[in-house]
Design a protein around this ligand. Structure first.
Ligand code: ADP
Ligand code: MG
Length: 330
């Protein structure tokens, strides 16, 4: 859907922001660009909606070279969310959200109805917040409006530059979770820039780890954490990457041990270890969640249940968590 072909950007003062960049974001995929400040992430993103023009190479959107598109028309087709949000201070939340559909010629009534739907979708009751002005919102609420506004014209592509950067860590994590849930239903093609590895790993289907002006590794978060492509990526993802992997690796059937046979009525004493553990997680939960439950459980085992039926499928032990991490690495 978004394709970079040998793209280089050199600014007028001679700074090479990105060099010979080639990669692709598939339709419906969320790719995070992560790396230290100044490594070229924002420059990369701005070449998609032509806020920055490449010095050489091409950027294709749905197979079309963006340099051939009218920039204004192009930007109306691409949702853009930035940290500073950029809401119009003298327009209400509802008016801000309806801006792009109005520009695209949607009638006022329809644009407002759509804006109200989107505010609802990002967790802001339109009857409470729709009439407020941006300065009457918290930072987190403003960022939600930014996301709603970017989605209002139903663009196939979203560019997000540090979209959850300006809020405290608790609100940030909540916004990330809400955005993930939203993305599961809207399935946009998303390029998201962040300097925060946790955020990149949590949100990305794949993450692109930037060094200076180039991508050092582009792969699924679990794969990058399990096998960094070199010393630079290893040091960027950190010495605790084993722990970070717990968040991106899921409990699978093959990690489980069988349930103990039910104790027959009339048996005087339950066999050692036959008491089923009380704590459980669902199949597909993260290893992080599973390990956390395990550490609370005296028996050293938790039950793993079917997410739909609730049926117990097997037991998970710390050794099972270890096996699961090793298997994910292989
Ligand atoms: P990031 O988003 O990863 O922090 P940027 O893409 O903003 O990085 O910047 C990459 C490099 O390009 C930096 O060295 C930055 O100073 C430089 N740069 C960004 N914008 C301009 C500009 N308009 N003119 C000159 N240099 C710029
Ligand atoms: Mg930036």
């Amino acid at each position: 859907m978004i394709r970079f072909e040998q793209v280089t950007k050199r600014y007028a003062d001679g700074t090479t922001a990105v060099a010979d960049l080639s990669f692709e974001v598939a339709e419906g995929e969320l790719v995070t660009l992560v790396g230290p400040s100044g490594c070229g992430k924002t420059t990369t993103m701005k070449m998609v909606n032509r806020l920055v023009e490449p010095t050489s190479g091409r950027v294709l959107l749905g197979g079309e070279d963006v340099s051939a598109a009218d920039p204004v028309e192009l930007r109306r087709r691409i949702g853009y969310v930035i940290q500073q949000v950029g809401l119009f201070p003298h327009r209400t939340v509802l008016e801000n959200t309806a801006t792009v559909p109005r520009l695209l010629g949607t009638s006022k009534a329809r644009a407002r109805a759509r804006a109200a739907e989107l505010l609802e979708l990002v967790g802001l009751d339109p009857s409470v917040y729709g009439g407020r002005y941006p300065e009457q919102l918290s930072g987190g609420q403003r960022q939600r409006v930014g996301v709603a506004r970017a989605l209002a014209a139903d663009p196939p592509v979203l560019l997000m530059d540090e979209p959850f950067g300006a809020v405290d860590p608790v609100v940030r994590e909540r916004l990330q979770h809400e955005f993930l849930a939203l993305q599961r239903s809207v399935r946009k093609t998303v390029l998201l820039v962040t300097h925060d590895l946790e955020e990149a790993v949590r949100l990305g289907d794949r993450i692109a780890v930037y060094g200076h002006g180039r991508i050092e590794q582009l792969d699924a978060p679990a794969a990058v954490l399990a096998a960094p492509a070199g010393p630079y990526v290893a040091s960027f993802v950190g010495a605790d990457r084993g722990l970070k992997r717990l968040s991106v690796t899921r409990v699978a059937r093959t990690d489980l041990e069988p349930l103990p046979a039910p104790v027959r009525p009339g048996t005087p004493e339950a066999a050692d270890g036959a008491n089923p553990p009380t704590a459980s997680v669902v199949l597909g939960a993260s290893l992080r969640e599973a390990l956390s439950a395990l550490l609370q459980e005296d028996s050293g085992r938790i039950a793993v249940t079917d997410p739909d039926s609730g049926e117990r499928l097997g037991l998970l032990t710390v050794a099972g968590v270890h096996r699961a991490l090793r298997a994910a690495q292989a």
